[in-house]
Design a binder for this molecule. Structure first.
Ligand SMILES: [Fe+2]
Ligand SMILES: [Fe+2]
Length: 190
């Protein structure tokens, strides 16, 4: 009987490992990275970049706030090694949030473009740091159970912040699907 309980536990943690915070964050970075590439590209018409910014801003805010309150809070409270990284990440999130407000307030088109490009580059750098250093370092010294617990928190927080940003899950999925459409080989060949 003990053995069957152990098996069950193993199976359920395998089933929920898609809730591992590292997997969730990495997956949520993908549409952000695609939108960043367009926001940085001054050859893309400003009309298109404005439309992309309208998708990017709520998507980023929902991600960053949820990540900060789950993973970064864990770093600050529980993990001395990654405490500095958690604080640095928070500083970068706060800067990005300020830049989003600054972009929204830019009436002049070139000022809008410049601020938007700086915001995109800031977030690009931030995501690279997370993926190249913070998440791999965290993975080395954490176990999957903790990562799933933090992942569950992240998902709950996302639901809360989606409501705050008026971003529906359907809209979030539509942005994600747009990425898949962009990368279909038939589109690449056009
Ligand atoms: Fe972040
Ligand atoms: Fe992130």
């Amino acid at each position: 009987m003990g053995q069957s309980t152990a098996k069950k536990t193993k199976k359920s943690s395998a089933q929920t490992s898609k809730e591992d915070i590292i997997k969730l964050i990495t997956a949520d970075h993908e549409p952000l990275k695609r939108l960043i590439a367009t926001l940085k590209d001054l050859n893309t018409p400003i009309r298109t970049r404005r439309r992309i910014f309208e998708q990017f801003a709520p998507l980023l805010l929902v991600h960053a706030k949820s990540e900060q309150e789950s993973l970064y809070t864990f770093f600050k409270d529980e993990n001395k090694e990654l405490r500095f990284d958690g604080i640095e990440g928070e500083v970068e999130h706060a800067l990005a949030e300020q830049m989003i407000e600054a972009v929204k307030m830019s009436e002049d088109a070139e000022l809008w473009s410049a601020r938007c490009k700086v915001l995109a580059e800031l977030v690009e750098h931030h995501i690279k740091e997370e993926e190249a250093h913070i998440l791999p370092d965290f993975k080395k010294e954490s176990d999957v159970e903790d990562r799933i617990l933090i992942g569950k928190q992240y998902l709950e927080l996302k639901e809360h912040y989606r409501r705050e940003e008026n971003l529906t899950i359907e809209e979030e999925e539509a942005i994600e699907e747009e990425r898949n459409r962009d990368y279909r080989p038939s589109n690449l060949m056009q």
